[in-house]
Write a protein that binds this ligand. Sequence first.
Ligand code: PEP
Ligand code: MG
Length: 847
Amino acid sequence: MQQESDILGFTRIRRVAPVSVATHGGRAKCLQRLIRLDLPVPDTVALSFDAVHRLAEGQSFDMQALLRVFGDAPLLSVRPSSEDPDWGGPGAVLNIGMNDARHAALARTHGKEAADSLYLRFVQTFSVHVERLDPEVFEFDKSTPVAEALKAALTAHEDETDEPFPQDPAVQLGQVLRSMARAWEGTSARLLRQAKGAPADAGLGLIVQAMALGLGPGESGAGVIQLIDSDTGEPMIKGRYLRQAQGREALTANGDAMYLTQDERGCSLEEAEPELFAQLVATSGLCRSRLREEMQVEFTIENGRLAILDAVRAPRSSRAALRAAVQLAEDGIIPKEEAICRVPARSLTELLHPQVDPSAPREVIARGIAASPGGAVGRIVFSSSAAQSFEARGEHCILVRRETTPDDIRGMHASVGILTERGGVTSHAAVIARGMGVPCVVGASIRINSRERTLTFEDGYTLSEGEILTLDGAKGEVIRGAVEMLPPVKDHWYLQLMDWADAIRDIGVRANADTPADAAMARDFKAQGIGLCRTEHMFFEGDRLTVMREMIFAATNEDRIEAISRLLPMQRSDFIELFRIMEGLPVCIRLFDPPLHEFLPADREGAKELAEALDLPLSDVTRRIEWLSEFNPMLGMRGVRLGITFPEIYEMQARAIFEATIEASKHGAPVVPEIMIPLVSAKREVELVKTQIDAVAAAVKNATRSEFTYRLGVMVETPRAALRAGEIAQHAAFLSFGTNDLTQMAYGLSRDDAGRFMNAYVQQGVFPEDPFHMLDFDGVGELLKIGAERGRAARPDLTLAVCGEHGGNPESIAFCRDAGFDYVSCSPFRVPVARLAAAQLAADVPK
Ligand code: PEP
Ligand code: MG
């Protein structure tokens, strides 16, 4: 048989047979495991990926030899078996082999009604899914007697194809297999599975199995059973059973299906057939413990005898997946490290998404389909490139599209929420958003004007690009303005998994946090400190912005110092608050980074308001704005360049940090602040700033008669800083790689404008991925490695970190861990993802 199967491309699945996930797919391997458990599985044959591929290419196959495995006049089913069940595949085809003769024989053994019904189902499936005939022609009203419907279906087939319904089982089987093989290789199927992460050349195996008939005399029917709730993961017997049915019909039969366990709502298998029920529950338990997974078992009862046809991973939400993994480990079925590896790190984003506070006032301005859970507040954008620009500026945005296409993927990644005018729960936007864990509402009652970049609601209310909306992805609601969010629930299962993860993790995870709210969230998500506090964000708020502008407009040094001295107490209280929240955990504060003109009004109206506020002529204000504007602000006077040109700013910040250190240490754990210099490209810059900050430290110590220590570090964001890391590290206790700017500068690619051509670049394979999303290991990664190596060679105790957007990305974490980094820092929401991803890298589980 084995030799024969090699030649013919099929393998009969037995206890010992060469079947593997990599050659025959997950379903085939699982069926072999069920057979090894001595479960009553009907005869089954697996076709390898290779055989299916050859079939799709049109090679002929010895169907007679395949049929012979199943004895005389068999009825067969064919199911797909891809490597990963999530990649999908064509739907199952049942009852292959039904023809006039088999129909007549079945009418004698199983009754006319059952025979008619079986034949009708097959004619319908074969005509619509294999021969691709018009489905409407083969649809019949429920009230049509089955015998009549069968006759009509056979006639319709003949009318549509000019041929009688094929009678030869070998021809039927051949056509079914070929059509499923071709469907897999079709463009839309390929794109769909690629969106789920399948490689372009992923293979499909096919399973041919003898039918266990759920129709006929005695207790006959079909159903599915699983031992967890798919939404919550809670242990419970779930499923349905339908008499006189096949396949998964019980799941779609609405009122007709039976419950499995006793249920007030209707009759149950437990009551009707207690012995079969007990056998089924025992079988499911055996599958769970021996297959080491929560399975959904497909079963048929044929005249009182139980047959197990198939078992697949029980469908599950992210929440249920996590609970199932932890429960399996707690039950001693899998080791903890395996549980850690079973939860996709990125799925925590969905789990940990905030929800729109149900008790907060909300004004619903449109409704749509709730396509992906979670709440989101953001500025609306109408294109992927706009979404990417907003994200690059650190602003949350909601992508609003008529419907999304694969071209929008990068924009969807850059958004906190997605809203579409068209589409249903399985539309592109809905599927992708769920996969990414981004809240999404589709098919909403909105009108989009892409040219004007406006969004209009039914009552005529119109929003323009950049204005704020709230989405409730769980309820399908679009809400006016920004609504309060509730933090996500963290239950025992989550906390347990994360405890196990932290115990084996060997790379630190900090959070990028600028405000007390961010810091509180960072603590909540168990970040090991703040890896990047962007201090400039503290200056954008109301009264501070005005003082900041006064500082920028100061005509003399004295005026500037006066304005800065008013900023000092504000900064000091910011830092005291951060230190208080972080309770002695490290807090890394980055000195002022952006170009000053970012604080200035962008239009004439704003300039006028500013002139009024400062009591200056408008011309003075516009002249100053012009003077400050640069052709390339991101490469201009920002970061340390600004710090050296206007030393008062960094001095004020250093003073605020030190005074806050003393204050916070009085009431809580001693604080050792970390101060980080941005956009360094030369050693001398570090020397100058270090001298300045040391002087401030000495002055504060003297004035307050207090002692404290601090760590000074450098942000590596320019290629030169990475190359010269050896000499820079002589003056720095740590190097933190800002991979956003480093990517921008390594590629010479604007962070704010790359969205315009990024899609074209990725589509044409110029870049494998958007390097602002996925760290470019080859180029930017090489700079990281060079910087790390040269830095550590000069200073072995040098702390190494990454704090760009890539820090929370599981692939970048693997890279940084290999390169010997001490920690990564990412936005608070991604901290759990990073913690779990880091643990998965350290877990001793075969990968
Ligand atoms: C970076 O450049 O990677 C970084 C973290 O700084 P920012 O995003 O604030 O420029
Ligand atoms: Mg930067």
